[in-house]
Design a protein around this ligand. Structure first.
Ligand SMILES: Nc1ncnc2c1ncn2[C@@H]1O[C@H](COP(=O)(O)OP(=O)(O)OP(=O)(O)O)[C@@H](O)[C@H]1O
Length: 682
């Protein structure tokens, strides 16, 4: 959060790179392809209106010269009928034109908005994490509409003005070409004026668009954190921050309006000078009989009509440059590429067994300048429960992000069933690895809809089975409408622990071979934590479970524990062996014990029956296969309590990036017959 309560800091939203108008136009013009037929029709109608107006004005010359001047009223009924018919036709044409233009404009905006939304979805978490959400929402909302101003309304106005100028100038030239040329000397003055003002208006518009993004960002951030703001009595400071953004937007808007408002009186002056010049010369020509009174009146009427589109051209430039400021913000989003790319040719993986491994993985967050992971290697055999532990900032969540392929490692490989994640089709990876994220994100929908969201074709019995497996069924049964109960914004109907279990039920219904839990017990008391972990324990043998946590008491019974410290693996083994041989782990455990983190109740040994994974009749058990494929070969790996399929190596802890042995093998009173800790990679 920016400390900008006094409005001294900059806006939350970053400025978008500037682009020439031409580039922006060329970028979005292809988006009009589906509407080109309607655009051509609209264009014909656009030309029709000034043509009909020109004819209506022409009737006045006939009225003055053939009816009023000679006081002969015989042609009048015919003239009146023609005028009425023209007016009616103009009305019909402009009605159809307005409807068609609005339809095309709205459809264009709709298509672009949906494309932008889908693209943001593809960019996903790492992109959105770096930007204020409010600014992104403001781009989806108002900035998209600006592009329509540029591409459709802009083109429409450009053509309307061109047709008007063409028809009125032709009619004037036919009436008196010399006077018409005099009248047109004012045109360059309009263009010069527009050139002078439009770029300044564009700068003001850019600042205004950016500040609009910041206003929504501050509102979203403050209202989203309303509980925190109230609890700390920061309402006034947040209001001041909101006001500061609004004041800045107001200043930018007023600057644009000042410049735009200058245009009207300045162009009025140019217009008046042109009209007076023409009127003076015309009166002289009237006196000499070179021009009829009807001709003079109609010429002046045409001239009045002509200046509107000429000055409209000037205004249009300003409108287009303002719209360009919004469009630049959309181009910036559309040009952003996902942090990871799908492979051109994916390796098929219809049904993964669920073996995961990191092979010498190093990773820096873009722009952070310091590595988050150094040469991390460990293996999670299919069907096992492996915990990744470590102090805050050790790199646990980074491991989760790499396992979900939100980022690719800078060095090394992350594999599923021996296949590099980068070679898998995104759909195969998502089908195989399902996360339960740190924040229990839920939708304002019913319990059933929230669980089924992970697999829309899940039958009601499958939803209930997942809820039972996640120890949620009894809670749901006690709700007013059972599974049909709406849980409200951010699931306020449920407690933190119940929300975690809902998130686990949602993951279970997905029926994926790998379940990835990121800090599932964070912020919960011991009893709630135990209820969240119990369903996870019951998954033993059914699915691969990777449990990331800083609470060691939660994972004492895990098959294997990976200890991370400063982005390095400093220990790998089961709890008893790590207690003996990994001093960092032992110290952390003792610290948590002293802090009163009681170990959870003993895990139930017999797993409750779970909904069997589709296509799997029997739960997998040891022995577990070794990681296949190129890179560091990983050995078969014993499950706690099961006989080891291979002779265990000598216990040791490797500092993973150097291969140096951190500790000598521990000597024990039992003559060294203690459980040995397998190395993460060998
Ligand atoms: N998006 C990011 N951009 C830059 N650096 C990051 C980002 N996320 C994490 N880091 C850095 O990477 C390192 C590892 O962070 P990570 O979130 O993986 O730790 P963690 O073990 O999950 O911590 P915690 O238990 O507090 O969640 C930290 O130094 C952190 O500052």
């Amino acid at each position: 959060m920016t400390e900008d309560a006094g409005g001294s800091g900059g806006p939350l939203a970053e400025p978008a790179p500037r682009l020439p108008l031409r580039t922006v136009f060329a970028r979005f013009w292809p988006h009009t392809r589906p509407f080109r037929g309607r655009m051509v029709l609209s264009l014909a109608l656009t030309a029709g209106v000034p043509a009909l107006t020109t004819a209506s004005i022409g009737l006045f010359q006939v009225l003055v010269d053939d009816v009023l001047t000679p006081a002969d009223f015989r042609p009048f009924p015919m003239l009146a009928a023609t005028y009425l018919a023209l007016t009616l036709l103009t009305g019909v044409v402009s009605y159809v034109d307005s409807y068609l233009s609005a339809w095309t404009a709205e459809r264009f905006v709709l298509g672009l908005r949906v494309e932008l939304f889908a693209h943001l979805g593809e960019l996903s978490a790492p992109y959105l994490d770096r930007r204020p959400l409010g600014d992104v929402l403001s781009r989806i909302g108002s900035d998209v509409a600006e592009i329509e101003e540029l591409v459709l309304t802009g083109v429409n106005l450009l053509l309307t003005y061109s047709f008007q100028i063409l028809f009125f100038t032709t009619a004037m030239l036919l009436l008196d070409w010399r006077l018409t040329l005099v009248a047109l000397v004012a045109a360059p003055a309009f263009l010069l004026l527009s050139r002078l003002l439009s770029r300044r208006i564009a700068d003001a518009a850019r600042e205004e668009r950016r500040r609009s993004g910041s206003i929504v960002s501050v509102a979203e951030e403050s209202l989203g954190n309303a509980a925190l703001v109230h609890a700390y009595g920061r309402t006034a400071a947040e209001t001041a921050r909101f006001r500061a953004e609004n004041e800045a937007a107001f200043r930018a808007q007023m600057r644009a309006i000042r410049l735009e408002s200058l245009f009207a009186p300045a162009s009025g002056l140019v217009q008046a000078a042109g009209l007076l010049l023409v009127a003076g010369i015309a009166v002289a020509r009237l006196g000499s009989g070179e021009l009829t009174l009807g001709g003079l009146l109609v010429l002046l009427a045409y001239l009045g009509q002509l200046y509107a589109p000429v000055s409209g051209f000037g205004n249009l430039a300003a409108t287009l440059y303002s719209a360009c400021a919004g469009a630049e913000r959309i181009v910036e989003v559309l040009d952003a590429r996902p942090a990871v790319a799908a492979p051109a040719v994916a390796r098929p993986l219809p049904r993964a067994t669920g073996e995961l491994a990191l092979h010498g993985v190093a990773f820096d967050y873009p722009g952070s300048g310091r590595p988050a992971l150094h040469e991390v290697s460990f293996r999670v055999p299919a069907g096992s429960r492996v915990a990744v532990v470590g102090a805050s900032g050790a790199g646990k969540s980074t491991v989760v992000r790499l396992l979900l392929r939100q980022h690719d490692p800078d060095r090394g490989r992350v594999t599923l069933d021996g296949v590099d994640l980068a070679q898998l089709a995104p759909a195969d990876l998502r089908a195989a690895v399902v996360p339960v994220l740190q924040d229990s994100l839920v939708f304002d929908a019913t319990v059933e809809e929230n669980i089924r969201w992970a697999r829309p074709d899940a039958a009601p019995e499958e939803v209930e089975a997942a809820a039972r497996a996640a120890d949620l069924h009894d809670v749901v049964a006690a709700l007013p409408d059972g599974y049909r109960t709406r849980i409200g914004q951010r699931g306020r109907m449920l407690s933190g622990g119940q929300l975690r279990r809902l998130a686990i039920a949602r993951a279970l219904v997905r029926d994926a071979p790998v379940l990835l839990l990121d800090e599932p017990t964070a912020g919960l008391d011991a009893a709630s934590a135990a209820r969240v972990l119990a369903p996870v324990r019951r998954l033993a043998g059914h699915r691969t479970v990777v449990l990331v946590t800083h609470r060691l008491v939660d994972v004492v019974d895990a098959d294997r524990i990976v200890v991370l410290d400063g982005g390095r693996v400093t220990g790998y083994g089961d709890h008893p062996s790590l207690l003996r041989e990994c001093p960092g782990y032992a110290a952390l455990y003792r610290l948590q014990e002293q802090a009163g983190d009681a170990p959870p109740p003993a895990p139930p040994v017999a797993p409750r029956p779970l909904p069997a994974r589709r296509g799997e009749a029997v739960a997998r058990t040891v022995p577990l296969p070794a990681v296949a494929g190129p890179g560091v070969p990983l050995p078969a790996f014993p499950t706690v309590g099961a006989p080891s399929p291979v002779p265990e190596p000598r216990a040791r802890h490797r500092v993973a990036d150097t291969g140096r042995t951190a500790l000598p093998p521990a000597r024990h009173a039992d003559g060294g017959r203690h459980r040995r800790t397998p190395d993460p990679v060998r």
